[in-house]
Design a protein around this ligand. Sequence first.
Ligand SMILES: [Zn+2]
Ligand SMILES: [Zn+2]
Length: 115
Amino acid sequence: MSKTIKIDCPVCVSRNVFVIGAVEKLSCDDCGFLFTENSQLLTGKCLICGSGSFYYFSPFGLSFLGRDSVCYVCEAHYRNVQIDNPEPSFSEASFARAEQSVEARRFKERADHWH
Ligand SMILES: [Zn+2]
Ligand SMILES: [Zn+2]
């Protein structure tokens, strides 16, 4: 099973899907926004924004379709990737906390300054 990240670009909103480990740098197909310089380093934190807050998400709410671990900050969907302790499902409170985090601010700044 390949490890993948699915993420909507914060700059141009196009959907990107990457196989982790296939290439080192992950950048947006459409606008070139650099998601990460180093996709090889799996530390349990989000590769894209560095946040450690995740929740589990099943497509259509059907757990037999498998679960993604989703980053609260940048909404990267990780598939077949080991993430430490995602929350069982999306929580408004955790989302609000994540939005206030340093990682969220940095991620937003990177997107705002991308041209
Ligand atoms: Zn883009
Ligand atoms: Zn993230």
